[in-house]
Design a protein around this ligand. Structure first.
Ligand code: 13P
Ligand code: SF4
Length: 322
């Protein structure tokens, strides 16, 4: 194998990427490890995964795997969810610094205080929350199942946290319930403006628009389709037009092009210094980090047993209802 400098991050050549991918796959086989990756991961990381999916599919996969090790290529809350649903497994996170800023916008203490204010409400947490927060709520949801699950709940009043965009989108679809919505948000999605979308629609009048529900309500209003990453992939690759404007993290382009290369997928080009909708922490998982983490079995996700016990219930309830 070429001598790779793995401790320092550097741009890898195509040849180095290929070699490192082969090494990771060999290690995974030898150690009976499963590699799970979210669609926002770098293309070279997605390509070594046993399974690439949205948050719901990844939680399901993690709960069912019989591998000894789960290498989770995603942000921290996803790794914690994998540990909670399969606590006897060793879950490794290739970059422990990769968190989700939205998940950090509410604490367990804040949830407890909200409970005192709304004792009659059912507490619904987006899966993008810390394990401590999940331990305080009644049920979890993802962007793939939130409206469906909330419609099934008995309570008339719902406290939804932490994503205001997803909460508002769901509330519109469940008008018979009262919603109290926390003011968290996903920086890359929420900061994309409807004015930028209007420009894209003008530039590509024949295109359909698919949007993630973490986007601002004014962006959602302009969409032909709103859904989770997996749902966007299904829609965009099969809809009866040649061009689809996609307002979600640019990592999705890799799978879209693999599934249906005959369509044009237009991602925004002008929004911030990254020039597109880009999640810096998702991209903090690099191929060398995956390799080193699996080789040395470092960066293990450890959670207190009582948190695992309490956080498991809302996740399991979600998996049973969806
Ligand atoms: P999905 O569940 O749609 O994959 O979304 C996860 C996420 O973090 C979106 O920003
Ligand atoms: Fe969190 Fe947004 Fe990144 Fe998803 S895209 S992990 S919600 S910051």
């Amino acid at each position: 194998m070429t001598k790779l400098v793995l401790t320092q991050e550097k741009e890898l050549s195509q040849e180095e990427i290929k070699e490192l991918q082969e090494e990771v796959r060999k290690l995974a086989k030898k150690k009976n490890a499963v590699i799970l990756a979210h669609y926002y991961q770098r293309p070279e990381v997605q390509d070594i995964a046993d399974f690439v999916g949205d948050s719901l599919e990844l939680a399901r996969k993690a709960s069912k795997t019989d591998a000894d090790i789960i290498v989770f290529c995603g942000v921290r809350f996803m790794c914690e969810t994998a540990k909670i649903v399969n606590p006897t497994k060793k879950v490794l996170h290739p970059n422990p610094e990769s968190g989700c800023p939205m998940a950090d916008m509410i604490t367990a203490d804040q949830v407890r205080k909200l409970r005192e204010k709304h004792p009659d409400a059912e507490f619904v947490a987006y899966i993008n929350t810390t394990a401590d927060v999940k331990a305080e709520v009644d049920i979890c949801v993802t962007s793939a199942n939130a409206p469906k699950i909330i419609k099934k709940l008995n309570a008339k009043k719902i406290v939804f946290l932490p994503d205001q965009a997803l909460g508002n989108w769901v509330a519109k679809q469940v008008p018979d319930k009262e919603f109290v919505i926390w003011k968290g948000f996903c920086p890359p999605h929420f900061e994309f403006t409807y004015k930028e979308l209007l420009k894209l629609k003008k530039q590509y009048p024949d295109a359909k628009v698919a949007v993630h529900p973490e986007c601002h309500p004014k962006v959602i209003e302009l969409a032909d389709f709103v859904g989770s990453t997996s749902q966007i992939i299904k829609y965009a690759t099969s809809v009866d037009v040649n061009r689809v404007i996609i307002i979600t993290e640019v990592g999705l382009k890799h799978t879209l092009q693999k599934i249906n290369p005959n369509k044009e997928y237009i991602f925004p080009q002008s929004m911030n210094y990254c020039r597109t909708v880009y999640c810096c922490t998702m991209k903090g998982i690099t191929l060398p980090k995956v390799y080193e983490t699996l080789k040395n079995e470092t960066n293990e996700v450890i959670l207190p047993e009582d948190i695992i016990e309490r956080a498991k219930r809302p996740i399991q309830r979600m998996l049973d209802l969806s």
